[in-house]
Ligand binder design. Sequence first.
Ligand code: NAD
Length: 368
Amino acid sequence: MMEVKDVASTALAQNPVIGRMLEYNHEQLVFCNDNETGLKAIIGVHNTILGPSLGGTRFWNYNNETEALIDVLRLSRGMTYKSSVAGINLGGGKAVIIGDPKKIKSEALLRRFGKFINTLGGKYITAEDVGVNTRDMETIHNETSYVAGLPVSMGGGGDPSPVTAYGVYVSMKASAKEVYGNDSLAGKKVLVQGLGNVGMHLVEYLAKEKAVLYVYDISEERVKIAVGLHSATSVTPDKMFDLDIDIYAPCALGATVNDDALSKLKCAIICGAANNQLADEKVHGEVVTKKGILYAPDFVVNAGGIINVYYELEGYVRERAMAHAEKIYDTTWNIIQTAKTEKIPTYMAANRIAEKRIEAIGKIKVRF
Ligand code: NAD
């Protein structure tokens, strides 16, 4: 007799696309092909209840179509939750272009992709992601106005990192309030991993508040700046999780909250900018809770980026974006309280809050 698991995998093998759309609860997928330019892309529109779907385009050399399909489904669903919990009127979307950008990226390919985006009439708005830069956005913009993340010279919001860093900073303060009874970060030992655009701005905020800073980046240049300008202490990757710290701020790569790190990590709070910090959301979301570490969910903490883009669509004013990013303090606080009341991990509380908002707004939208 076939087991339930076997039945499910057989069903998925027979329905590899719509079967997965059902699993991820997707509205629409658009498959794009152009033999002339070599463009092969998938646009994923996950949910448009709150507004047009928005999310970056990832240009990546996927091993096969299934990998690309799963990535676009996963990433676009993630955008739905991120925008919902950030309290902005955007749905979740994402696109992937299949291939090595170093080999196949061209003006013609990007413009052809722009034409495909344009056919959706604003249901999907694109932005930068891995393998696609601001200049590429300008190229795509030749064919469609449904592009965000443009430079200031083109009416865009420019670099979102200062807004993202501010959101991380206020989220860290809200987390501190829960753990220490007040939101001061003065004297708190914070490890910042990754001193890029976001990490360096974050270090600046923390230094101003007199936090004790430990930093690591694979770029020695970036470390030198943080040490020189902000009196941070440089640490090595093999030793950084042995440190006795209060707060760990992952601001480089995803999946750094994994079995290995958690076996050593001695901190009270994890709060940083990196996407997908938990190597396995379900497993490590539970482990951090059991270890008594307060994990501020990454997609809540780093929402400054999407908030910045949202205000670009409305005619960009940085002050408005910063004012909205400040609300990440209250959002983080509410999530922590929900997690405590419902006795669930914080990532799950954030998901529930996001789902509730979509459900509530979905109900008012059908009444004309
Ligand atoms: P960035 O590319 O400017 O900086 C990343 C930094 O991490 C670089 O300085 C790099 O040298 C360093 N780095 C890379 N590998 C490392 C490693 N193994 N250990 C330590 N450092 C390493 O990126 P960013 O814009 O600062 O974004 C940082 C993170 O935040 C990324 O995960 C990004 O996806 C996420 N994020 C950024 C924004 C934004 O507004 N820029 C918004 C949301 C999420």
